[in-house]
Design a protein around this ligand. Sequence first.
Ligand SMILES: Nc1nc2c([nH]c(=O)n2[C@H]2C[C@H](O)[C@@H](COP(=O)(O)OP(=O)(O)OP(=O)(O)O)O2)c(=O)[nH]1
Length: 159
Amino acid sequence: MTGDTQGGTGDRQGGCWQADTPPPAGGTPLVLVAALALVDADGRVLIAQRPPGKAMAGLWEFPGGKVHGGETPESAAIREAREELGIDTRTSCLAPLVFASHAYDDFHLLMPLYVCRVWAGTVQPLEGQVLKWVWPARLRDYPMPPADEPLVALLRDFL
Ligand SMILES: Nc1nc2c([nH]c(=O)n2[C@H]2C[C@H](O)[C@@H](COP(=O)(O)OP(=O)(O)OP(=O)(O)O)O2)c(=O)[nH]1
């Protein structure tokens, strides 16, 4: 077997990657955020509007937030669901669907998005955020952070 069509090791000339490529100089920190696509019985997805005063204010996002030290992405998603929305869910109700990997100017966002269809309690905007239940095909009507844009088509196809 020869070289450049095989997987595994080495660098590929004209291919997609080079094993020895260094990270970009002055690389920004990696920020891990866990996000939830809550789906109701009608198949609509919950989005929340980022409040005034925050970065990207006015854009619509999936509920969630930064993963704290000692947390898994799943436990962070469950904590955020409780803090932001007042609902309880559990790891076994979270289905990882897709992730965003996006370079913002000052950090690189890595954001797994979990689909969740089962929770206890009633969704409430506990942090004063505006919430909306939206059909997946209408998500495009709501401007979202750039990291989310690739996720929207996938949600439309898979939900
Ligand atoms: N929850 C969530 N965050 C997103 C999405 N898309 C996206 O770029 N983000 C970014 C916005 C924030 O920089 C980060 C989420 O972290 P966060 O919710 O803890 O941060 P924040 O800016 O709202 O507030 P702070 O805690 O830093 O003050 O991820 C999304 O769909 N959902």
